[in-house]
Write a protein that binds this ligand. Structure first.
Ligand SMILES: [Zn+2]
Length: 729
């Protein structure tokens, strides 16, 4: 028994030291080092007889880009030999580095993955290539390992898209979901309909600042661009040479304003409107009449031959039914086909595209709204509004790609600092992406078999250029690729140290503008024992320093005060100034009857930490509730005198968040305030005056809208209710 334990301990330490030195990300299934190094001066000589000419070319090109390594075919005395294996796990490979390098692979893609791993193992020392002697065995967990790129809201040139693809390949992504059309720009040459790009690719204005900033201002510079069919082919083949498949997305029936600016006859009203310069959701969508369906099928007829991908994305999300309800043509399609309502009309519309694509040997994929009104027989669902759509589709035997906003939206903030670039909102830091699992815990094994994988989505409303695109993508994309590829993930701290030691230098060398937000020291607020708060300065990640007390603030005894804490200059701590409202409930205990959603549960202290949530909102500064009613008690150590209660809520309809509508206040279990918080206004602050009462406990019920009104993003759903500070004065 003792012996067994001893062996186990040795194994543990041995395993640990190996894991610490493995530079490859995503983490391979097996990595074992032996003593010594394999050294090559100058070029790397490979035996091309074990691989296809295409693969030889791919390896040569990619090595030059990634590491400036010259790869030369040399049959007589090669340093690297290849061996194709049959009957092994799909896309698996192994690398053996001894006196020579041997790569065994199961598919061309897996040989390329092996090569990428080899490039991550090499160190350059005095002009020599130094490899550790080791054995690597590896294979992916999921077959859909994707990044999505929106080129409609902001346009990226083919050179920029190629660079995006080069970086994807370094982390073994295999799918680029290319969002080519939207309200703000049509980016794809269609020869039969030249106005799609002549008109639809250009807008006269672009929103400045955030959607929620009032009054809105616009940059009036004409903005746009598009890809010719030749350029599309060039990108598809460039990606193919890096074993990445490009899945095109042509949005329908919603997000169609750019197309309808060019061809208004395919809308319900027929009235011309410009290409949109504001972000959001718009009522004018493709009409469901036959002419519009045939128009879109014509478009697809030109799209399909350019993309070898079996999947074609048709969007299907965020299509308000406002116009369809009033349109005689849409209504007659409903009647003629025995449909019940506009949701079934959407299902009919998607079904027509599904039949069309199926007949052409392709597979339809769409956002999870395509579930509404019934899922089309061959459709694959991309689940973005949480896991729910994916769960429902898998239960019906449909394939699923997961990209819940909570973990996969790389247009969300990744840091708390005021120096973060303007983003759409939300908070998806690196550790959250790393913790992501495409298969939700409650999913059955049978349903999980339908989950193809996941992808990170880069919507570009607030990403105007390549530098910012890279900032939002890296390093979060590396965390995602590890989740999708690796059978066993390293603990987060180890992942972080591997990133810092091996991958940040690589990204720097490539001039990638990656984010270091995950490394920054943070302030952490906790409750003091007898009320009040304690703010600690947490050390930077990867250092051994201990937390330091930054400030300790008791709850107010009498008057509420505003305290401003300065953060020292030149430090990474952010925001640079912290405002604390020192009110009477600072650090008080809170008991929820209806708890926050696990997605936005940052702890009850959020409501009484004295700090107001910033705008645009970041998920970490608010408590989010997915029920339209919230109920909780604030409990004080000793009875206090209360004159005023101020409740801060959030109103951001674009994110489906609506300000509170009514409130009910009970002091010490007796009714006191009961009112309407200013109708359906956008008032985010509820102020309640009270006749100076002595209280030990305050019971608060806040109710929001039960349903998002028609014409608004997410119409018909229950809106989110977001709460921040509850000030007691
Ligand atoms: Zn219509």
């Amino acid at each position: 028994m003792l012996k067994l334990k001893f062996l186990f301990l040795i194994g543990l330490f041995y395993g640990q030291s190996i894991a610490q030195t493995c530079p490859i990300l995503p983490t391979p299934a097996v990595f074992q080092t032996t003593n010594g190094q394999f050294i090559s001066s100058g070029a790397l000589l490979i035996d091309p007889s074990g691989i296809t000419p295409d693969l030889t070319l791919a390896i040569k090109d990619y090595s030059l880009w990634a590491n400036e390594i010259l790869v030369t075919p040399f049959v007589q005395n090669p340093m690297v030999k290849f061996k194709k294996l049959n009957n092994v796990k799909q896309d698996s490979y192994s690398i053996n580095i001894a006196d020579k390098i041997t790569i065994s692979y199961s598919s061309d893609a897996s040989c390329f993955y092996a090569w990428v791993s080899l490039l991550q193992l090499v160190q350059m020392e005095d002009g020599q290539l130094v490899f550790p002697k080791c054995f690597v065995k590896d294979y992916p967990q999921f077959q859909w390992r994707g990044l999505h790129l929106d080129v409609s809201r902001h346009f990226f040139t083919i050179e920029e898209v190629k660079r995006f693809i080069d970086l994807m390949a370094y982390y073994k992504f295999n799918t680029l979901h290319w969002h080519l059309t939207d309200d703000q720009g049509w980016r794809f040459e269609i020869k039969k309909y030249p106005l799609l790009t002549e008109v639809g690719a250009w807008r006269d204005s672009t929103l400045e600042n955030h959607y929620t900033t009032q009054p809105r201002t616009y940059n009036k510079t004409r903005y746009g661009g598009f890809y010719t069919q030749e350029q599309i082919k060039e990108i598809v083949s460039y990606a193919g040479a890096r074993y990445i498949e490009v899945v095109p997305e042509i949005e329908m029936p919603g997000h169609a304003r750019a197309a309808l600016a060019a061809y208004p006859q395919y809308s319900c009203t027929g009235q011309a409107q410009g290409v949109e310069g504001l972000w959001g959701i718009f009522d004018d969508i493709f009409c469901a009449k036959e002419e519009s369906i045939l128009f879109l099928q014509d478009v697809l007829t030109e799209v399909l031959p350019l993309f070898p991908s079996v999947y074609v994305h048709i969007g299907g999300d965020e299509a308000p039914k406002t116009r369809w309800k009033e349109c005689p043509k849409c209504q007659s399609v409903i009647k003629e086909n025995g449909l019940h309502d506009e949701h079934e009309l959407q299902s009919y519309f998607i079904g027509r595209m599904d039949a069309f694509l199926t007949q052409k040997g392709k597979k339809l994929i769409g956002w999870d709204e395509i579930l509404e009104g019934g899922l089309s027989p061959n459709a694959t669902v991309m689940s973005w509004r949480g896991y729910e759509g994916g769960k429902a589709a898998a239960a019906q035997g449909h394939y699923v790609v997961m990209c819940p906003g909570s973990h996969c939206y790389f247009d969300h903030y990744q840091g708390r600092g005021s120096d973060e670039p303007l983003a759409i909102g939300g908070y998806t830091p690196l550790d959250r992406v790393y913790a992501f699992n495409p298969i939700p815990a409650e999913m059955s094994v049978a349903d999980a078999a339908y989950v193809l994988g996941a992808q990170g989505n880069l919507w570009t409303e607030y990403i105007p250029n390549m530098a910012q695109l890279e900032y939002m993508t890296y390093p979060r994309a590396i965390a995602l690729s590890t989740t999708l590829w690796s059978e066993t993930k390293l603990p987060y701290d180890k992942f972080l140290s591997t990133l810092m030691r091996f991958h940040f230098p690589f990204l720097s060398k490539q001039n990638v503008n990656f984010s270091k937000a995950a490394l920054k020291p943070e302030l952490k607020t906790t409750r003091e024992k007898n009320g009040g708060i304690n703010i600690q300065k947490m050390p930077a990640k990867g250092t051994l320093a201990s937390p330091e007390v930054f400030a300790s603030i008791p709850a107010a005894k009498k008057k509420t005060q505003n305290i401003q804490l300065e953060v020292e200059q030149g430090s990474n701590l952010a925001p640079k100034k912290i405002n604390i409202i020192q009110h009477k409930a600072l650090g008080a205990q809170i008991e929820f009857q209806i708890p926050p959603s696990p997605k936005y549960d940052n702890g009850s202290l959020t409501l009484v930490d004295g700090q107001l949530g910033a705008r645009p909102w970041k998920g970490n500064e608010w408590l989010g509730f997915d029920s339209n009613s919230v109920s909780f008690d604030i409990i004080f150590e000793k009875p206090i005198r209360v004159k005023e209660i101020r409740i801060h809520t959030l109103h951001d309809p674009n994110s489906w968040i609506w300000a509170a509508q009514t409130y009910l206040i009970q002091l010490n279990k007796y009714g006191c305030g009961n009112g309407i918080a200013d109708g359906y206004s956008t008032d985010e602050l509820i102020e309640i005056s009270i006749k100076d009462k002595k209280v030990k406990q305050i019971h608060i019920v806040i109710t929001g809208l039960s349903e998002i009104p028609q014409g608004q993003p997410g119409a018909g759903n229950t809106p989110w209710l977001f709460l921040d500070e509850i000030e007691i004065r």
